[in-house]
Ligand binder design. Structure first.
Ligand SMILES: NC(=O)c1ccc[n+]([C@@H]2O[C@H](COP(=O)([O-])OP(=O)(O)OC[C@H]3O[C@@H](n4cnc5c(N)ncnc54)[C@H](O)[C@@H]3O)[C@@H](O)[C@H]2O)c1
Length: 248
């Protein structure tokens, strides 16, 4: 797999799956722009990639903030002139039974997991259409395919991200812009560490491979959709979850 000469963006790149994705992109030749709310860890991640011989720049980004997205885009376009690959990895969730939730508590999950990736696509897809090349990879969740106990709003947002991916793929195909989606199952990152231990134990029991995923295993699937090895794929949804979900 190869991203030589490709200008790439990874959101949520300061941690977990986004960090592994940024490293994977850089390792195969991509110029990587890392975006994240967490500036200290994002700067460190970009520095680590550069120390390993890669090309990486961190730019602060809040995918829930229109001005931050505009500034992020402006810096990339002024430095590199275009964007070829957008990996929407940033996400956030928390466990709460729906009956105990209030509409006010839904906004953050919807803003980050559904509207954020939409806004990032909206910012960058016109340039991709114009150059007749683009690869967008949205990171959803198996929760968006099969549901997840006490994560109704998160699952709803992630399910929306899957539907959005498929619809946008139909618009992008004629411009050689592919839009695909990966759905991690439980993966060993800080996000999973926040989940209650009894839920983690139950999840592990339900996974046919009897272990959680590693961020690098999800990054490999994102890299596949970002590079030419997936040249005839668009609108596809790939679960990387140790067999937890086996959806048609
Ligand atoms: N870890 C899992 O078990 C799991 C399972 C299914 C799906 N996912 C999805 O994978 C993606 C990555 O999750 P992870 O496990 O690596 O989590 P993580 O918490 O390790 O990393 C998420 C990163 O996103 C950043 N972020 C959060 N809100 C942001 C915002 N508004 N703007 C910019 N950056 C923001 C955080 O600062 C963090 O660095 C998410 O979309 C998540 O929903 C994770």
């Amino acid at each position: 797999m190869n991203l030589t000469d490709k200008i790439t963006v990874v959101t949520g790149a300061a941690s977990g799956i986004g960090l592994a994705t940024a490293k994977a992109f850089a390792a195969v030749g991509g110029t990587v722009y890392l975006g994240d709310l967490n500036e200290a860890d994002g700067e460190q991640a970009a520095a680590d990639i550069r120390s390993a011989g890669g090309t990486a720049t961190f730019i602060p980004l809040d995918i829930a903030n229109d001005d931050a997205i505009a500034a992020f885009k402006d810096q990339i376009i002024s430095e590199s002139g275009r964007l070829d690959v957008l990996a929407n990895v940033a996400g956030w969730g928390h466990t709460e039974f729906f009956v105990e939730s209030s509409p006010a508590s839904w906004d953050k999950e919807i803003d980050i997991n559904l509207k954020g990736p939409m806004k990032m696509c909206h910012a960058f897809i016109p340039g991709m259409f114009e150059q007749k090349y683009g690869r967008i990879v949205n990171v959803s969740s198996d929760a968006g395919r099969v549901g997840s106990l006490a994560e109704s709003v998160y699952a709803g947002a992630k399910g929306g991200q899957i539907a959005f991916t498929k619809a946008l793929a139909r618009e992008g195909a004629r411009y050689n812009v592919a839009v695909n989606c990966t759905c991690p199952g439980p993966t060993e990152t800080p996000l999973l560490a926040d989940t209650a231990e009894n839920i983690q134990a139950a999840l592990k029991k339900a996974i046919p491979m009897r272990r959680f995923g590693q961020p690098e295993e999800i990054a490999d699937a994102i890299l596949f959709f970002a590079c030419e090895r997936s040249s005839y794929c668009t609108g596809q949804v790939l679960s990387v979850s140790g067999g937890l979900t086996m959806v048609d």
